[in-house]
Design a protein around this ligand. Structure first.
Ligand SMILES: [Zn+2]
Length: 529
């Protein structure tokens, strides 16, 4: 037998082995146990999160002669046939290449024949959003009233493209991105059972790079093992194979930028280019490094969150202790922005060089700094006015800062100049500081929102919660937020709210204006609390 890719070899055979999707697995097992399996399921979620694996387990479970606690036994004839891919009861269709009406008609014609063996015919339609409108319509009739022995499992990475008529006929399950810890745990099991020696931090790095996808993590592991066959897989080797950069380089780059030494910074970049590193990855990893510095500065108990080796942590702490938090946050902002620009850039190196030079000559960023000053002044006044505000239940910070900035009571609202895209970007760039100035509950609600740019240069505030999205779309809450945003920047920021459905990927559906989430407590926020 030839080489089998790890992700195939370690495809979970039973529900218990599916990682990171407990909410789905538990429900499905209960349905099997109580014999209440539906006739159509829709599995949504990003790639590599286990949709196809769960579909295959479900297909076995409904056909299994003696399921154990809702999972297929793996021993009976049906289980074995399906596992070997020989069963007539499981029909897999890739809608990406079979998306026409005729393809669906073929399925439908076949649906009328009951299975000769086993209990159910299971149709797994992968990437179902690729079906043409005609194909969807043809499928619809069968989905409405399928014979009792038929089970449809539709899987998709883009649920927003599925017609509502189809959605309403399926039980829907949203597959989550898998956490780094969960992926790392699974990789550990895999390498142990394969007898491959791998350093912990090497696995951790692979898990992080896989970005929530179990399948990607196993493919990356495969790649790294193949390069270093028969040897222990170390962190350094993984960095080498995946084209990543060691923390020492980041440390040097950080120092160069901090000391505004453009020559050194450019030299480090040149080395990276010579080594053939992928530049977008390099910038992303550097943002991650900066984020670690910020976390280490925020608290002593961040060892678990920064997930790096103890040696690196020591070095990181040294670097963090000598750095100013505002500057680190400014660096994160600049590199996050750079990261999203690089995605569409052809001249990546030049773009990075420009950024490095700009950072070493801060006078080139004058307008930005002016804005920072404005925020800083507002923050100071917030502090001074905190005492005045005590006892005034509904005193909003916005009013307080107007009072502080002008030294007079707030005047009737004047018409502010409308914000241009640059202003919107400034709001985004300073989002964590703007949040820090908010009162609860608005602060708590908005901390979880993400920012994007909509039509007509509107700021889009994207919630993963429908109620919050509605709450801030109009009425008092929206007005309160409007006042707050306008006060922060001194211009009228038009904004709109959006609801990001659980299975939707933010990056794929929105322009990401913040390449990093500030869902951690920075020093500024701590002072506020
Ligand atoms: Zn069985």
């Amino acid at each position: 037998m030839g080489y089998v890719a790890l992700y195939r070899k370690f495809r979970p055979p039973v529900f218990e082995d599916v990682k990171g999707q407990d909410h789905i697995v538990t429900t499905l097992k209960n349905q099997i146990k109580s014999d209440r399996v539906g006739h159509a399921y829709l599995f949504c979620g990003t790639r590599g999160t286990g949709k196809t694996s769960v579909a295959k387990i479900l297909a076995k479970a409904v056909n299994c002669e003696h399921p154990i606690d809702g999972s297929p036994c793996g021993e009976c004839e049906m289980c074995k046939e399906i596992a070997a891919g020989n069963s007539m009861n499981v029909i897999e269709i890739d809608a990406a290449s079979n998306n026409g009406v005729d393809n669906v008609r073929e399925i439908i014609d076949e649906v009328s024949y009951s299975p000769t063996k086993g209990k159910k015919k299971v149709y797994i339609i992968d990437e179902v959003h690729m079906l043409s409108t005609g194909a969807f319509n043809a499928l619809l009739k069968t989905l409405e009233e399928p014979p009792s022995y038929v089970l449809f499992i539709l899987a998709t990475t883009e649920v927003q493209k599925i017609p509502i008529t189809i959605l309403s006929r399926c039980q829907r399950y949203d597959f989550h991105r898998i956490t780094i810890d969960t992926i790392e745990g699974r990789l550990r099991q895999v390498v142990d059972s394969e007898g491959i020696k791998v350093e912990d931090r090497a696995l951790r790095y692979i898990a992080k790079t896989a970005d929530g996808s179990m399948r990607d993590s196993l493919s990356l592991l495969d790649q790294c093992v193949a390069f270093n066959y028969g040897e222990e897989l170390t962190y350094d080797k993984v960095l080498g194979v995946l084209g990543a950069v060691d923390t020492e380089v980041f440390s040097k780059l950080f120092s160069a930028l901090y000391e505004q030494n453009a020559n050194d910074a450019l030299k480090i970049l040149a080395d990276i280019v010579i080594q053939g590193r992928e530049l977008s990855q390099f910038v992303n990893d550097f943002v991650w490094y900066l984020r670690n510095i910020m976390l280490v500065q925020a608290s002593d108990q961040m060892e678990d969150v920064v997930d790096i080796s103890s040696d690196n942590l020591k070095a990181l702490k040294e670097q963090a202790s000598g750095a100013n938090t505002d500057t680190v946050i400014r660096f994160i902002r600049i590199f996050s922005e750079l990261s999203s620009q690089l995605r569409y850039a052809t001249q990546k190196r030049i773009l990075i060089e420009i950024t490095l030079i700009k950072m070493c000559k801060p006078q080139m960023e004058e307008s930005e700094d002016a804005f920072e000053d404005r925020i800083r002044i507002l923050e100071q006044h917030d502090h001074e006015n905190a005492k005045l505000l005590k006892g005034i239940q509904n005193g909003s910070i916005a009013v307080a800062s107007t009072l502080a900035a002008t030294g007079q009571p707030p005047k009737p609202k004047k018409v502010l100049e409308k914000a241009v895209p640059d202003d919107v970007k400034k709001v985004v760039d300073n989002w964590s500081r703007i949040l820090a100035r908010m009162d609860n509950p608005m602060k708590t609600y908005l901390q979880k929102a993400r920012l994007s740019l909509g039509n007509d240069d509107r700021l889009q505030i994207v919630f993963d919660n429908k109620q919050l999205s509605d709450k801030y779309s109009n009425g008092d809450s929206a007005e309160e937020l409007q006042t707050f945003l306008d006060e922060s920047i001194g211009k009228h920021i038009e904004f709109e709210t959006r609801f990001l459905e659980p299975e939707q990927n933010f990056e794929e559906n929105y322009v990401n204006l913040q390449a990093i989430n500030f869902d951690i407590v920075t020093e500024d926020e701590e002072k506020e609390n």
